[in-house]
Structures are given as structure tokens and as C-alpha cells.
Design a protein around this ligand. Structure first.
Ligand code: NAD
Length: 441
């Protein structure tokens, strides 16, 4: 056993979710022999039948191609695949525990199973986002179960849902955190065709780079949201402010879009986890705590605006466009829509919701009490007392504000994502509130 050929590596990916499935498929596309393992049988069955359990642009054809070529397989059998592998990639979930710490039970379980199956020198890569020190824990767990040679490495993942395949094929950088020369060489070989920005660090720094990056991006979002709140008070327009700021290379224009705050499976959990990591070392991460607090309050601004416009929400019908935490994904984990819809329901409103893709996932988690899931944007808006836009899906921009005015019972449009240019509203009677921009009518 050992490295089988210089160019083709045998790779086992554990966890066929957003990260594991996409990176497995992309490594297969690069010519490696990949097996994606998941312990949810239904998921593997679906994948083997050619169905893709998540919505991700460009993923389906890549899966079909590589299955046909024989470079990609799906299985629930971890042990037989790990035995053959040159590289094992852990991509299982690390969700929040109630106290905000990362739940490492899936990682620990995977490490144990890897240890029991290992055969011949293997590099074990953790791609899941894990607290500093976790890779060393993974090493210790594996070592308890095997005498075979192996090394661990932290290779955090930075893909964005919605553009996951593109991001994986064209990453800004690859971080390889390891203390082994042998593992470093093998992982450089695996990644060198993707980017020239390969940064090798120690294991703990690699683990920290992931949390620090997400915390920084979350900070940018909360920062611009607070600027937006001040803009509303002083009569400035946050989109113009952000545009003007973004030209400064030290600031950059991305992640300066004001709105109802961040959601998703990463920022909320990773900010909480980093606050906990710091706290365990008796460090009070004040800045990041405020970022989280600002984000929580930002979601509810939309409710305050609605309440003041409609003079109470009891008995009102509110249309909601967008349930996914961002466009181009069916992922609803930590989507602002949950809290906003719950707040509407608490105040006695009835909700008509539409999302191009994410409604089934949302319904599976939220249920259907007091909420009707609609077939299209028009049906949701039809005869509603107000419309709230919670996700900036491209198709919403295609609807003209005058159509919205026709569909609604009363002319209230609350745009939580600044989807419309205010010029587009001119000539309508819509009362338009967005985030950090002067209100209209
Ligand atoms: P996910 O929930 O979509 O996928 C995890 C998968 O692992 C699930 O399918 C689950 O069934 C499987 N699994 C769990 N334990 C297993 C085991 N013992 N054996 C086999 N399969 C097992 O999660 P995700 O969104 O892909 O995230 C995975 C990790 O990557 C997390 O740590 C996350 O923070 C990180 N990450 C996610 C993203 C993202 O955009 N989703 C981006 C960067 C990093």
C-alpha cells in the first residue's frame, strides 16, 4: 500500500453534505478516485440513483459525468473505502450545542470509525469547521484504534453555498495546516492544480483561520447594518455609502450590503463557537459578541417597520418572498425567515410565503401553522396587507413594483434586501421601506 501513482489519489470523503459532496465531486472531476460516504442511507441511495439531495448550481451534471467515468462512487460502507484510501477527508457537520460550542460528536464518531478501518499510511484531513485543538483530538482518537501510520491535517473549507462548485474549482486560497512533511506534500499534490495560493500553516493556525475569516465577514455585515440604521436616521443612503466605501482597496466592496442580517449554516454557528473558544481561555471577545447582537436585532427591524405602517399586525395577511438564508440555495439553516415569520405569527398575522426552491426545506422545519406556502410570487402577494422581501432571489427583481402594487390589498412593500432601486418605485403609490435608505411615499 502507499501512494498509488503520482497523479491519481484514492480519496474517501466522510459526510456527503454541502461540503463533502461538492468537494468529493470536484476531486473526482480533477481525476482522482473518490468515494463519498454518508451514514444516512436514504441520501446514498438517492445519489446512487442519480438524484442530488441538495440544490447547488452545476453539481448534478458533474456527479453524473464522474459516476459514469467511474471516478465517483457513493456508499454507506466507511471501512472498506477508508482501507483503500490515500487521503480521508472528514466533512461531517459541526452544529452548535445549546451553549454555542461546536458539537464534535460527529467528528469524534468519524475519527473512531477511521481508526478502526485504517490500513497503510493515510492522510486524514479535517474539512469541517472545528475549534482549535480538534485535529489533535482526531489524531488521538484514531491512534487509540490503530497501529497504522497516519498524519492529520486541517484543510478548512471556504466555499459559499450557491456557488460551491465554482468556489471549489477556483478557491481564493487553500490552507493546509499540518506538522508532517509527508502529509504536506501529498496535500499540495492534491490541491496544486486549483490555485497557486497554497498556504501551509501549523494545525492550530489553520483551525483559527477558518473561524477568524467567518467572524470577520460577519463583522463586515453587522458593521454596514449599523451604518444603515444610522443612515435611516440622518437621511443618507447606505447603498451609496457602501459604494463609496468599497472603492477603498483596504475596505473592499464585498459584504457591504445592508439588509436583515446574516444567516445560514456557518456565520451564526461559527461566531458563537469562536466566542466560546475565546471564553474558555478567559478571553471576552467583546467585538464579536456585539456583531452577534446587532445581527439579532437587525432581523426584527422589519417587524417594527411593519407594525408602524399597519398599526398592529393582528389579523393581517403578510406576504413573504424568500425563505432561504440567501439566493441560489435551498438551505434554510438559521435563515432570518424563521425568526421574522415567528414574530409575525406571535403578533397575530397570517403569512403567505413563496420561495423558488427552499419552501419544502422550510416547511419541513417550521411546519404550516398559520402559514400558506404559495406556488409563485404573485400568489403570495395577492391581496396581502403588506409584502416583505427576505431573500434577494433574482426573479423578484424581475417583478415590476407596479405589478406588486396591483397584487397587494394595501400598498406596503418592506424590502429587507434592498432589491429595488428607488427609481423603480417612482410613479407607483407603493409605500416602500428598505434598509438604510430613505423611505418612499
Ligand atoms: P451537512 O449537514 O450538509 O453535511 C454533513 C453530512 O455528514 C450529513 O449528510 C451527515 O449525514 C453526514 N455524517 C455525519 N456523521 C457521519 C458519519 N459518522 N459518517 C458518515 N456521514 C456522516 O453539513 P455541511 O454544510 O456540508 O457542513 C459540514 C462542515 O463544513 C461543517 O463543519 C461546516 O461548518 C463546514 N462548512 C460548511 C460550509 C457550507 O457552506 N455549508 C462552508 C464551509 C465550511
Amino acid at each position: 500500500h502507499g501512494l498509488k501513482g503520482v497523479d491519481t489519489l484514492k480519496i474517501t470523503v466522510i459526510g456527503a453534505g454541502y461540503v463533502g459532496l461538492v468537494s468529493g465531486v470536484c476531486f473526482a472531476e480533477l481525476g482522482h478516485e473518490v468515494t463519498c460516504i454518508d451514514n444516512v442511507e436514504q441520501k446514498i441511495k438517492q445519489l446512487n440513483q442519480g438524484e442530488v439531495p441538495i440544490y447547488e448550481l452545476g453539481l448534478q451534471p458533474l456527479i453524473a459525468d464522474n459516476m459514469e467515468k467511474g471516478t465517483l462512487a457513493f456508499s454507506t460502507e466507511l471501512a472498506s473505502s477508508v482501507k483503500q484510501a490515500d487521503v480521508v477527508i472528514i466533512a461531517v457537520g459541526t452544529p452548535s450545542l445549546p451553549n454555542g460550542q461546536a458539537n464534535l460528536s460527529y467528528i469524534e464518531q468519524a475519527a473512531k470509525e477511521i481508526g478502526m478501518a485504517l490500513s497503510g499510511y493515510t492522510v486524514i484531513v479535517t474539512k469541517s469547521t472545528v475549534p482549535v485543538g480538534t485535529n489533535e483530538k482526531v489524531r488521538a482518537i484514531i491512534a487509540q484504534h490503530t497501529d497504522e501510520e497516519f498524519d492529520v491535517a486541517s484543510v478548512p473549507e471556504f466555499l459559499r453555498e450557491g456557488t460551491a462548485v465554482m468556489d471549489t474549482m477556483n478557491p481564493d486560497r487553500i490552507i493546509i495546516g499540518t506538522d508532517s512533511q509527508r502529509a504536506e506534500e501529498r496535500l499540495i499534490e492534491l490541491h496544486h492544480s486549483l490555485t497557486s495560493n497554497i498556504i501551509v500553516t501549523d494545525i492550530r493556525s489553520a483551525e483559527m483561520i477558518k473561524y477568524a475569516s467567518n467572524a470577520f465577514l460577519a463583522t463586515k455585515i453587522s458593521f454596514i447594518n449599523e451604518i444603515a440604521n444610522i443612515c435611516e436616521k440622518v437621511g443618507a443612503d447606505v447603498t451609496q455609502v457602501a459604494h463609496g466605501m468599497g472603492y477603498d482597496k483596504r475596505i473592499g466592496s464585498s459584504f457591504l450590503k445592508a439588509g436583515i442580517g446574516y444567516g445560514g449554516s456557518c456565520f451564526p454557528k461559527d461566531t458563537q463557537a469562536l466566542i466560546q473558544i475565546a471564553g474558555q481561555m478567559d478571553y471576552d471577545f467583546k467585538l464579536l459578541k456585539s456583531v452577534v447582537e446587532v445581527n439579532r436585532e437587525q432581523r426584527l427591524n422589519i417587524i417594527h417597520k411593519l407594525e408602524s405602517l399597519l398599526e398592529g399586525l393582528k389579523g393581517r395577511t403578510i406576504a413573504v418572498w424568500g425563505l432561504a438564508f440567501k439566493p441560489e440555495t435551498d438551505d434554510v439553516r438559521e435563515a432570518p425567515a424563521f425568526e421574522i415569520i415567528a414574530a409575525l405569527r406571535e403578533r397575530g398575522a397570517f403569512v403567505k410565503a413563496y420561495d423558488p426552491i427552499a419552501a419544502p426545506n422550510f416547511e419541513a422545519q417550521y411546519g404550516s401553522d398559520g402559514i400558506a406556502y404559495c406556488e409563485d410570487a404573485r400568489e403570495a402577494a395577492w391581496q396581502a396587507d403588506a409584502l416583505c422581501i427576505l431573500t434577494e432571489w433574482g426573479e423578484f427583481q424581475q417583478v415590476s413594483p407596479s405589478e406588486i402594487q396591483e397584487w397587494l390589498k394595501s400598498p406596503y412593500l418592506i424590502d429587507g434586501r434592498n432589491v429595488y432601486d428607488q427609481d423603480q418605485l417612482a410613479g407607483t403609490q407603493l409605500v416602500y421601506y428598505s434598509v438604510g435608505r430613505p423611505g418612499m411615499n
